[in-house]
Structure formats: structure tokens, C-alpha cells
Design a protein around this ligand. Structure first.
Ligand code: GTP
Ligand code: MG
Length: 579
């Protein structure tokens, strides 16, 4: 989670010179991520600049249309490391020699960077044609050409005082202190959940940067596997990504394979000569080895490359310095991409979904229930499944089950990947909006109560099926927490979670439900009030003190019960068990 240290400075819209044939992304109604924050910023933006949209609107594009469009946009984009003092106007004028610039923005990460999107891909080629391999004094250079560029000033440009200043625009998640202040001053718990989402979700620029890094890595991978695609998946694209989340991507060789099976002319079938290996896993390991080596030797800014080839899902992990992203690269992870699409759809169905998921993810992180280090912790992916499962079980349900989405699918939606049926409708218009009107505050409280009392010892969490006669599904194995993988149904996505981590989750869920119930009496605006609502839940210290308070309350209640029994005026036992 290395995006700390990345600040966006400014952005300008562009293509001012000519009308671009490329459809302006400003018209997008729902982008993969960053929708609300970008929507809120709309008023601050100069005309023609990037606009995203509102999360409450039904997306006009499917997940794959969105992916393809952003991928194409990234191919027309370069990443330029700039001198710290630069005239933005002159910089753009210089680049415009190669063709009109569609949009650009600056950010800081160990220096000043510009992300520049041209209107035409030809402009990128034209720029690369006049870009030189740097001459290094004593050191040798590997003459590697890519779209990661350095801008050097031949002579000092105009005095800094004459340059119009680049307005810094911080894209880091707010500090805990700032977040606490924002949550404290919110008007209601619902407002707190919406604020958290707005502050933490990926921005439009951050999303663009993610697609750009994939595109730049794709340039390297294509040298070995022409026609391959590097596709982002996971929280970078599923609308649940938080600023600073990792960048999951995979090499999609599917297109290459598809080509291979379709090159049939007449009675002849032409095949490439290839090397055979004993298993798909070994093929994956070999592919990742060579890409990992290339990134290590040639990938500008790719550092700390780790080839984790013996994992269940082999991967190459590295940091990308210029963006600050922690990257995980796998191969042919099409089922995971399908999961990302499913989450994207669930996130678009009802505006409460993302707000609740963000809050639960933040709550879990604040209490170290999740971690960046692999281990027996619950993952964000599992938490998201738990929220979806919970929302499917509200009355009336807020989200449909996966089986319902499958039943609504038509032939175009049919999708079988490696023998797994991944079919579901992608047409949101087919899904009736929920009649459930519960507030976020109530849902948050109920989430904690639901999982604070869930029979984890016998039941599994499964977003696919409607419960039979209201009963939950029995666990097929003895893992403490069983969350069925939606597409590879024999797999448990939370197999890594041990009993003590599950126990911590349950205890914290109960504490949190208790805190929210206690607060029912509070008025958020009261000045003497301690951190309240979501703010209280995100502070481990508050939870610690409420735990003590709860114990005290509990023992005081027991004491008074004993006393009342002694004095012969029994207190209802129902009261004692309420907390
Ligand atoms: P972050 O914590 O914000 O990175 O969330 P994430 O959803 O990106 O999770 P992560 O980086 O751990 O995993 C990326 C994607 O891989 C997820 O969104 C899932 O689609 C998939 N994935 C993660 N864990 C599992 C798992 O245990 N089983 C399977 N089948 N897929 C998983
Ligand atoms: Mg991830």
C-alpha cells in the first residue's frame, strides 16, 4: 500500500486546439472508481476538464466497455518525470508539436510527474521518435524505450516568478486526524459513512494512473507475447478501491489463444511451434519468471521485484516508484476479473453498498482485522462478500443473490471460464431497485449485530444461493470461517482465517453494535460529546474504553440483579441478557 507520497498537483483539460475524434471521457456517467469524489469536484474544475459522475446513476457502460475505453485512453498517454519548476504552458506547447493533448494532470511522488493524454496514439509515436536515450557519464545505460519519459530543460526556463503556479491537489487519503474531524463534524451517522466514501475512494486521476501503469507493463510483456493484454482487476476496478490500495493485474493471454484457434484457412490449420511443459502451473511460472526478469532489468521505476511462484496463485510482486503503487501481477486470472465485474455491478445497484463496504473495510483496518501482510487475517475481498451477503438477507433484500442475476442473464451473458459457470446479467435495467429504505446507520448497526451473532461454527456465507426455507447453508468443512467463492464454488475464500482471528472479528462486531446502540441517546451536534458514530468505531482507543464501560455496565447490572434478588424484587432476566 505504497501510494503514500503521491500528490496530484493540477490538471487541465484539453484538446483545445482541435476537436478530438475521441469521445470525451468527461461525459462518462459512472467510471470504474472515484465517482463521488470526482463528482463533488466538478464545480471546481475548469470547463472541459475531466468529469466522472454520480454513483447513484445507473452506469451507461458495462464493466468491459469501461475497461476497454480506459485501456485505449492509457495507450494514448505518457508519463513524464518533470523538473520541479516548470512552466505548464510551455510544457503543453512543447508536447502539442506532436499533436493535440486531450488532458493532463501533475502529481508528486519522489519528484514531479505529468500524466499526459494525447488525442491520437500517433502523437505518442511522434514524441517517442524524438526522445533520446540518455547519455550517462561513467555508468552504462540499457537503451530501453518506453512511455516513461524524463523532461530535461536545455536552458533554465523563464524565472519561476513569471510562471503561473501549479496548484497542488493532494490525492492522499486524508490523515486520521483530518478524517476524525470530518466524521466528528458530520450531521449524522449516514453522513459519516458518505463522507468516508468520498474521502477515501479512488479519484479519477488515480484510476487513470492505474490503467497507465498496466499499459506500460503491457508494452514490456508484449515483446514476449504479442497481442497479450495486462488487465487490472480487484479493488482498482471493482469500485471498492481505497486510495493507496494495491494494483492487481494479470497477463491476459486469452486473446492470443483465441487468435490461434481461429486462424483456420480452408483445410489447413497453421500452428506456432511451441515448447511443451508438464502442467499449466509450470507454464504460468515460466511466463511470470520471464516478465519478472524483464521488469527487474528494464522496467523503469519497477523496484523490489519478488517472484512468488510457489503460491497457490503464482505472482510477481513489485513496487512502481513513479506511481507509488504496490503491484501484484498474475497470469490468466479471468475468474478474478469476473469477480471484479460482479462486485462492480453490486456496487452500482444501490448507493448504500459502497458506503457500507468502505466503512466495514476501514473499521476492520483500524482494528487490525485486515493487514497488508499475508496471514490468518480476514481479507477485504472476504469482508465485501460478507456485506453483500448481509444486504441480500435484509427484508426486503437490498441486493439480489447471484443465482437471481444468473436467472436474468441472456445468451450474450453466458460465460464459462475454466469449467466454472460465471454467468450473470450485466444489464442493470433488468434488476428492480430495492424497496428497502433502511438507513446506512441502521444497516451498519445491524451488520455488526448480524455477524456478532452469526453461527460461524455451522453455517457458511454464500452470495450465490437463496436460503432454503430461511435457513443458512451448512459449512462443508471445518474451517472457522467459510465464505464460498462465488464462481469456484468448491473454494473457500477465507480458508486462511483461523479461529482466533474470527473470534476477534466477532468480539469487535459485538462491541461495535453495542457502541452504536449506546449512542442512540446522543445528539451528534452536542459540543461536549466524545467521538461518536463511525468516528468512535474507527478509534481503537474508544473501543477499548467502551469495552471497559460495557464490562462495568454488565457487572453493575449483575450486581443490581443480585441485590434485587436478595431484596426480593426480581429484575427481568430479559433485561440482563439484552447487552
Ligand atoms: P484490496 O485489499 O483493496 O487490495 O482488495 P482487493 O479486492 O483488490 O483484494 P486482493 O488484492 O486481495 O485481491 C484481488 C482480487 O483477487 C479480489 O478482488 C478477488 O477478485 C480476487 N481474490 C482475492 N482473494 C481471493 C481468494 O481467496 N480466492 C479467490 N478465488 N479470489 C480471490
Ligand atoms: Mg487488491
Amino acid at each position: 500500500m505504497a501510494t503514500r507520497g503521491v500528490w496530484l498537483l493540477t490538471r487541465l483539460p484539453l484538446c483545445s486546439q482541435t476537436r478530438s475524434p475521441v469521445q470525451c471521457p468527461a461525459l462518462r456517467r459512472l467510471s470504474c472508481a472515484g465517482t463521488v469524489a470526482a463528482g463533488l469536484r466538478r464545480e471546481e474544475q475548469p470547463s472541459g476538464s475531466v468529469e466522472t459522475g454520480c454513483q447513484d446513476k445507473t452506469p451507461t457502460k458495462t464493466f468491459y466497455e469501461e475497461q476497454d475505453e480506459r485501456r485505449e485512453q492509457a495507450q494514448r498517454t505518457v508519463l513524464v518525470h518533470c523538473p520541479s519548476k516548470i512552466s505548464e504552458k510551455e510544457f503543453l506547447k512543447h508536447l502539442s508539436q506532436h499533436g493535440p493533448v486531450h488532458s493532463h494532470f501533475f502529481y508528486e511522488s519522489f519528484g514531479l510527474y505529468a500524466v499526459v493524454e494525447f488525442c491520437q496514439k500517433d502523437s505518442v509515436d511522434s514524441l517517442l521518435n524524438v526522445t533520446q536515450i540518455p547519455a550517462m557519464g561513467m555508468e552504462a545505460v540499457i537503451p530501453f524505450r518506453s512511455r516513461f519519459l524524463n523532461l530535461k530543460l536545455k536552458s533554465p526556463s523563464r524565472p519561476v516568478s513569471e510562471m503561473s503556479p501549479i496548484q497542488p491537489s493532494n490525492q492522499l487519503p486524508p490523515s486520521n486526524r483530518k478524517l476524525s474531524e470530518l466524521l466528528y463534524s458530520a450531521e449524522s451517522v449516514d453522513d459519516q459513512l458518505s463522507t468516508l466514501l468520498k474521502e477515501l475512494q479512488l479519484t479519477e486521476e488515480n484510476t487513470r494512473l492505474r490503467y497507465l501503469i498496466c499499459s506500460l507493463i503491457e508494452d514490456i510483456a508484449t515483446a514476449y507475447f504479442p497481442g497479450c493484454t495486462i488487465r487490472p482487476f480487484g479493488s482498482s476496478v471493482n469500485t471498492f478501491g481505497k486510495l493507496g490500495c494495491d494494483l492487481d493485474m494479470f497477463i491476459d493471454l486469452h486473446e492470443t489463444r483465441k487468435l490461434r484457434t481461429h486462424k483456420r484457412i480452408g483445410n489447413f490449420l497453421m500452428e506456432f511451434q511451441v515448447k511443451n511443459v508438464p502442467s499449466e502451473r509450470i507454464a504460468t511460472q515460466k511466463i511470470l519468471t520471464v516478465i519478472g526478469e524483464s521488469l527487474d532489468h528494464f522496467g523503469p521505476g519497477c523496484v523490489g521485484i519478488q517472484k512468488i511462484l510457489n503460491a497457490r496463485c503464482p505472482l510477481v510482486r513489485f513496487s512502481h516508484q513513479a506511481s507509488g503503487f504496490q503491484c501484484d501481477l498474475t497470469t490468466n486470472n479471468r475468474v478474478a476479473l469476473k469477480s471484479s465485474e460482479l462486485l462492480y455491478i453490486y456496487g452500482s445497484m444501490d448507493s448504500r453498498v459502497r458506503a457500507l463496504v468502505f466503512s466495514i473495510r476501514c473499521w476492520a483496518r483500524a482494528h487490525s482485522l485486515t493487514s497488508n501482510i499475508p496471514g490468518s487475517w480476514i481479507t477485504n475481498f472476504s469482508l465485501t462478500m460478507m456485506v453483500i451477503f448481509f444486504l441480500q438477507r435484509r427484508s426486503p433484500p437490498i441486493l439480489p443473490t447471484l443465482d437471481t442475476l444468473k436467472a436474468l442473464a441472456d445468451t450474450e451473458d453466458k460465460c464459462i471460464i475454466e469449467g466454472n459457470n460465471c454467468t450473470f446479467t450485466r444489464d442493470l435495467n433488468k434488476i428492480k431497485p430495492s424497496e428497502n429504505t433502511e438507513t446506512l446507520e441502521l444497516l451498519l448497526k445491524e451488520f455488526f449485530e448480524y455477524f456478532g451473532n452469526f453461527a460461524f461454527n455451522k453455517n457458511s456465507i454464500n452470495i450465490r444461493q437463496v436460503n432454503v426455507l430461511g435457513r443458512e447453508q451448512n459449512k462443508p468443512d471445518s474451517s472457522p470461517l467459510h465464505i464460498e467463492n462465488p464462481f469456484e464454488t468448491s473454494l473457500n475464500i477465507s480458508k486462511n482465517v483461523n479461529q482466533s482471528q474470527l473470534q476477534r472479528f466477532v468480539e469487535l462486531a459485538r462491541e461495535s453494535a453495542w457502541v452504536l446502540h449506546q449512542e442512540d441517546a446522543y445528539l451528534p451536534s452536542s459540543s461536549s460529546k466524545p467521538p461518536w458514530g463511525l468516528a468512535a468505531l474507527l478509534l481503537p482507543s474508544v473501543m477499548q474504553s467502551t469495552k471497559k464501560q460495557k464490562k462495568r455496565c454488565g457487572s453493575e447490572r449483575i450486581k443490581s440483579l443480585l441485590e434485587s434478588m436478595k431484596s426480593g424484587s426480581p429484575e427481568s432476566s430479559a433485561n440482563t441478557s439484552r447487552n
